[in-house]
Design a protein around this ligand. Structure first.
Ligand SMILES: Cc1cc2nc3c(=O)[nH]c(=O)nc-3n(C[C@H](O)[C@H](O)[C@H](O)COP(=O)(O)O)c2cc1C
Length: 189
């Protein structure tokens, strides 16, 4: 069995992002279990319904990557108790352009510098992913929330905390099983 092909979406357009560091770490650390390509949203323009017939190249490119992948991992920051506007805008584009996230297995993770580790943003993202235009298959449970992100990575972007690493491994293993099960059960959806 080939390992699953996954797209990791950095849920921020900022040049520095702990969520980017998290996905880059996951791509390295789990390279034997999955081929995780880290993708950016910084070149995606703000969604505007008036322009939705002209899909920007960056949206098309992300949409194609998602369609060709077995699953998606979205790493969301938390801004004002919700996902960043740049991530919401990206999902709005994806919900009008070919619906690439529809029936796609999606895992939600997030890192923040505060103590609550993106809990509210992850709830917000799960609700968005369940909307009729998006309709993703979101991994239930296994909520990976990375709080105090500044202290949790060393200078090489490696996780410094063994229990965090071991819980992340558990979550990723469940997601890989979920991706396989979804593919087998919903191949024709
Ligand atoms: C406008 C703004 C709002 C924020 N709101 C929250 C928040 O509601 N909860 C939280 O835990 N952190 C909040 N933060 C701090 C972010 O967790 C922090 O900037 C984090 O590094 C963002 O993720 P990133 O590093 O992946 O970009 C906020 C930061 C900004 C700039």
């Amino acid at each position: 069995m080939p390992i699953p092909k996954l797209v990791g979406i950095v849920g921020n357009n900022a040049p520095f992002s702990y969520n980017r560091i998290l996905l880059q770490y996951m791509s390295r650390h789990f390279h034997k279990q999955a081929n995780l390509e880290v993708s950016e949203i910084d070149d995606i323009p703000l969604f505007n319904e008036r322009d939705m017939k002209q899909i920007p190249v960056a949206v098309k490119s992300l949409s194609d990557k998602i369609k060709n992948a077995d699953g998606v991992i979205i790493a969301t920051p938390e801004y004002d108790h919700a996902i960043p506007a740049s991530l919401k805008s990206t999902i709005e584009w994806l919900s009008v352009d070919e619906h690439a996230l529809t029936t796609k297995p999606v895992m939600v993770v997030g890192a923040s510098i505060g103590v609550q580790g993106t809990a509210r943003a992850q709830d917000n993202l799960r609700q968005i992913l369940n909307s009729p235009g998006v309709n993703s298959f979101v991994l239930p449970g296994f909520e990976f929330l990375l709080n105090n992100a500044k202290a949790k990575f060393d200078a090489d972007g490696q996780l410094t905390d063994d229990s965090t690493e071991s819980f992340l491994t558990e979550c990723v293993n469940h997601f890989i099983t979920f991706v396989g099960d979804t593919k087998r059960n919903f191949a024709s959806v």
